[in-house]
Each structure stands twice: as C-alpha cells, then as structure tokens.
Design a protein around this ligand. Structure first.
Ligand SMILES: Cc1cc2nc3c(=O)[nH]c(=O)nc-3n(C[C@H](O)[C@H](O)[C@H](O)COP(=O)(O)O)c2cc1C
Length: 204
C-alpha cells in the first residue's frame, strides 16, 4: 500500500474527495469493519446516545446506514433528524467526524440494498424487534424459525420498518495523528446544503 502517514492532506479544497481517499485507504489497511462508525443521536429528554453502525453508502449527498426505524436510534432520528458520526481508523491513526441533518433513503434505494444482503440477514431483519426487550435467546431463535418457514422458497420483501438513513453533512472534520499530540485537524463546514464549504484548521 502506498499510504504515507505523513502525507499532507490539509491542502484539500473539498471534503468529498478527501473522504473517499481516506476511506479507500482504510478499507485496505483496517483488519475489519473499516466502515464501522459511531452514530450519535439525542433522545427526547436531550440525553445523547451513541452506537456503532456500518457505513453502507457514501456519495455527494451524504453517508448512508441501515437499521430499524422502531429501534432507539430510529425513533430518535425520526423525532430529531440530526446526527453526528465518527470514524476512527486505528491502523492509520486517523479520525473523521461528521455532523449533519438526517433523511431517510428512498424506498427503492433501501429495497435494493436489502435485496443485496444474505438471506439470513434478510430473515434476521424480520425476526429482530431491534432495541425492544427480548425474553430469551430462545424467543429470538423461534422468531427466526417462524420467518424461515414463512418465507421458504420466497424472496422476503424488506420489512417496512427496516430503513436507510442518510446523514447529509454540514460539518466534516479530518484528523490525523502527528508527533507529540500536535495533530492536524481540518474542518469543513457549510451553513446549508446549497452553501459552499468553508475550511478551517483547528488547534489539536
Ligand atoms: C461493528 C458493528 C456494526 C453494527 N452495524 C449496525 C448497523 O449497520 N445497523 C444497525 O442497526 N446496528 C448495527 N450495529 C448494532 C448497533 O451498534 C446497536 O446495537 C443497534 O443498532 C441498536 O441500537 P439502538 O438501540 O441505539 O437503536 C452494529 C454494531 C457493531 C458493533
């Protein structure tokens, strides 16, 4: 891999190409789950909540992940469609932080991604009432068996509650490790989706 940790990224004019470059390098460098990211939301009482989700799509519009709309994160995002993401690549000693507004991906986009998943995962989406109390592992196994039977020989359709969320960035910060904790930080921000990015270097 031709990655040079000391390579200067701070001249980047726009965040999107830099994100693609770092993500590509992370996919080659990380042992697993280079696309794992912390997703922070806020609940109805104002209390923050955070968990890992997998980045499943990234383009000019934003960062897409999938999950259950009736889960804690789903409810939080539907009530307050704002989120923060954080990717940390230990092998590269780099971090990317994102803050933005959240929209659901189109049904067609979610259908296409759902259809690309292994059958076991598609069944799992039907069997799991994500984030609700589960009496025992046995109850989950029974739910899986129930849906395996129901969908035998069929292509399970996407459950209506299994959705994709897109975080549309208003702020993206790139952080890279430097000696003596004098790290590089470059923050791109914009007032709204139509505004141009402005760029600032931050103290480490
Ligand atoms: C590596 C990793 C990847 C995960 N990917 C997802 C994901 O893509 N979507 C998802 O809903 N949960 C994912 N999870 C599980 C979440 O962290 C979390 O347990 C689940 O979404 C329920 O969170 P909530 O109760 O806050 O909604 C992942 C967990 C780990 C550790």
């Amino acid at each position: 891999m031709n990655f040079k940790p000391e390579e200067d990224f701070t001249e980047a004019a726009r965040p999107e190409p830099l994100f693609s470059k770092w993500f590509d390098q992370a996919e080659r460098a990380e042992a697993n789950d280079a696309n794992a990211m912390s997703l922070a939301t806020v609940d109805a009482s104002g209390m923050p909540n955070v968990r890992i989700v997998l980045l499943k799509g990234v383009d000019q519009r934003g960062f897409v992940f999938y999950g259950n709309a009736e889960s804690a994160k789903g409810k939080e995002l539907l009530a307050n469609p704002k989120a923060a993401l954080c990717l940390h690549w230990k092998s590269l000693r780099r971090q990317i932080r994102v803050r933005g507004i959240v929209e659901q991906v189109s049904a067609a986009e979610a259908d296409a991604y759902y259809a690309s998943r292994p059958l076991g995962s598609r069944i799992g989406a039907w069997a799991s009432q994500q984030s609700r109390p589960l009496e025992s592992r046995e109850v989950l196994k029974q739910a899986v068996a129930h849906f395996e039977k129901e969908f035998q020989g069929l292509n399970p359709a996407r459950p209506r509650y299994w959705v994709g969320f897109r975080v549309i960035p208003l702020e993206i910060e790139f952080w890279a490790d430097r000696p003596f904790r004098l790290h590089d930080r470059i923050q791109f921000s914009r007032e709204n989706l139509d505004a141009p990015w402005t760029k600032a270097r931050l103290y480490p």
